[in-house]
Design a protein around this ligand. Sequence first.
Ligand code: ATP
Length: 514
Amino acid sequence: MAKQEDDFKKVISHAKEYGYVFQSSEIYDGLSAVYDYAQNGAELKKNIREYWWKAMVQLNDNIVGIDAAIFMHPTTWKASGHVDAFNDPLIDNKDSKKRYRADVLVEDYVAKIEAKIEKEVAKASKRFGEAFDKEQFLATNQRVVDYQEKADSTLKRLGKSLENEDLADVKSLIEELDIACPMSGSKNWTDVKQFNLMFGTKLGASAESAMDLYLRPETAQGIFVNFLNVQKSGRMKIPFGIAQTGKAFRNEIVARQFIFRMREFEQMEMQFFIRPGSQQEWYEKWKENRLKWHLSLGMGEDNYRFHDHEKLAHYADAAADIEFRFPFGFKELEGIHSRTDFDLSQHEKYSGKKLQYFDPELKENYVPYVVETSIGLDRMFLAVFSNSLCEEELENGTTRTVLKLPAVLAPTKAAVLPLVKKDGLPEIAHKIIEDLKWDFNVIYDEKDAVGRRYRRQDAAGTPICITVDHQTLEDGTVTIRHRDTMEQQRIVISAVKGIIHKEVDMRTWLQKMA
Ligand code: ATP
């Protein structure tokens, strides 16, 4: 645990030191769970967004993108169920005065059991070596079976009590499991209460005429209310999807863990409209498709897993999370939800407008069903950033800090470094930059010895360094150095662009999804 915390602290301080993420309004001591993206962070975030947009919108001829407003008519949130049901169960510890999400306390308890199972598996795998059969071990080792049973039954009970709004039972569960406040160790809990997560605000100049509004807690509703506009103006035929990225706001009860859980964050969502009855098939397809998108970035298959929901949201008939191994354990990164016709039907009811589709093949009108994919851009940022940061022991006994960002997402694609600040080398370096900057984000760096500059670029995540030296003056070649392998090649200046292109081209990366 201590190592995990330590690693996570390193992630946070590295993000600040290398210009990725700053605390919001830091000079006023910051604002809890609100963060600003710095010069490199804004680029990384933009690249992740673009990687998603290309995969979802540009490469699918039946998916289009929109950009709906953050403010929406307040009835939207009555219809969607957010006014009545967008609650989290909160619980306070009377001694430490700390507030927690009751469901998260139980889920963390289960995560600890799962960690124990992983430990047993690792131990056994070491003991049995090649002959180790994981499936068989999980099914037959009594200790592991007992752990798994405890984890499953706990989550089942939590799911049931939340579904039935039985908050007293959630409290009983916390007490029965002997869960203590992580800060104080005390087990002196208040009752569990519901807490609505939407931020309210007002629209209008005078107090009498002002209208109560909410900051949207998800981008999805901006898609639903535009369903018919997009379908008609785009002459879309079912099945088709509408995608959008944008800010969402939630007054989270406990917002720790850096940019994992923020009060203002960005979502990348896609609603896929389908024929009623085909939801199971599309749900499975989108689960598979989204996992492929993640895997295309090469961040390790073992770092992802699906988690099927026990407790379904009020709108869903099936739901799963893609979980990622964050520095603090496996947690939700993306949700895939089969939302039925809940949202469109509700908007029909509250607006009095028909939101139906005439299916020319079936020759009938219906309210389409929806499968949604919803990923937090900030969470994806944290997944990419934390997974990329590593310390490497080098052959000469020294260590280096490297941010091995997938090159396609790296904020700066190449740094151009003159070996010395004289003899005409800076001029050649600037000329190379002048040419490359039309295609890639590149930077010039002439300060310090070249070895230190390499280290700086490694830590900042730049995949390629191009060094101009005295030989360049003679034969027009430069050294190109790759961040991950530290390999160096001598190439002619005219070949530089092609090499960078090969490493960072979105097409090459996205084709790995096929
Ligand atoms: P959680 O259980 O972690 O609160 P959720 O199930 O409420 O998340 P959804 O409503 O399904 O999340 O939102 C879709 C995605 O939006 C999540 O998978 C996550 O990546 C992202 N997300 C949700 N809440 C936050 C937040 N407070 N900060 C950052 N990202 C968030």
